[in-house]
Design a protein around this ligand. Structure first.
Ligand code: NDP
Length: 270
């Protein structure tokens, strides 16, 4: 019997998750199919009920359902509980689901080696994705500043999930903080409006924009031209998918193959 997997969100049409997961399912010979499912806010619980009757193994969850996914689960990882959001549900039979958050290990995998004695991070933005990132950096003992347009949200995030000493300020002050940072992570959605930040000289420091494709391209081109080591969000997207896949199948898939398929899919649609 072919098992069902998928991603639930709204909007969802442009999700790369089916490309990533169906590629791995084919490569590794698992009898399952991964679908994108558009589910409006307020309909999440009904969608779970439907999936419980459809040989569903598990699902990924994206905007706007991540907090609701955690609430609907009967069991949850410590990380998902701490962040207050789940991006992975695994069906446990009956009407029970287990919640995990693979955005955290996905982000760390994409970022690469961290050194708490050397690294100082600036997180730009304080929305849903910043919660997982602030938690991940705090757990790794990284000194951290959160900068956001709405300062009260940065302060609340620093209080909720930052380590002791995590600072919060207005994103307009970013130049003051970037000078001493070794890693800058842009989690804002400013790229959707065609906005980007003018950066100081990078000297090989890391600028990681968790958006990808056309949204992050102008910011990353500018960062690279100023001498930053740049990363886009595709690596994080593929890594969080890989950790979900491992939860469902007990095996880690090939990250490079997933990344290549995503880049090919983006090229084909640009
Ligand atoms: P949210 O809507 O939760 O947060 C958006 C953040 O961007 C807020 O901090 C908001 O500030 C800030 N912002 C929006 N517009 C501007 C602007 N013009 N200037 C300054 N700040 C701005 O979004 P998410 O955190 O869920 O997602 C953010 C981005 O990350 C999206 O592009 C998304 O695609 C990407 N993403 C990538 C993932 C990956 O795996 N690679 C995973 C999840 C998200 P304020 O609080 O003041 O409104």
């Amino acid at each position: 019997m072919t098992k069902l997997l998928g991603v639930i969100g709204d909007p969802i049409a442009h999700s790369l998750s089916p490309v990533i997961h169906n590629g791995w399912l084919r490569d590794m010979g698992f009898n399952a199919v991964y679908e994108a499912m558009q589910v409006p806010e307020g309909e999440f619980q009904n969608a779970l009920k439907t999936l419980e009757n459809r040989d569903c193994l598990g699902i990924n969850i994206t905007l706007p359902h991540k907090a609701n996914a955690l609430r609907c689960a009967s069991e949850a990882s410590d990380t998902a509980q701490r962040i207050g959001a789940a991006n992975t549900l695994t069906f446990r039979g009956g009407n029970t689901w287990r919640a995990d958050n693979t955005d955290v290990p996905g982000f760390i995998k994409a970022l690469g080696a961290l050194d708490p004695d050397r690294d100082r991070a600036v997180v730009l933005g304080a929305g849903g994705s910043a919660r997982a990132i602030v938690h991940a950096l705090s757990v790794h003992g990284i000194e951290l500043t959160i900068l956001n347009r709405t300062v009260s949200k940065a302060e609340a995030l620093a209080h909720d999930l930052g380590a002791r000493g995590t600072k919060a300020d207005d994103i307009d002050q970013y130049k003051d903080y970037l000078e001493s940072a070794t890693i800058v992570i842009n989690t804002t959605s400013m790229g959707y409006g065609g906005n980007s930040l003018e950066l100081p000289i990078g000297n090989n420091r890391t600028f990681f924009d968790i958006s990808y494709g056309k949204i992050s391209a102008p910011q990353l081109e500018h960062a690279a031209a100023r001498g930053w080591q740049v990363k886009d969000g595709l690596t994080m997207l593929v890594a969080q998918a890989a950790f979900s896949f491992e939860i469902w199948f007990g095996e880690m898939p090939d990250l490079a193959a997933g990344l290549n398929r995503c880049r090919a899919a983006l090229r084909a649609t640009s």
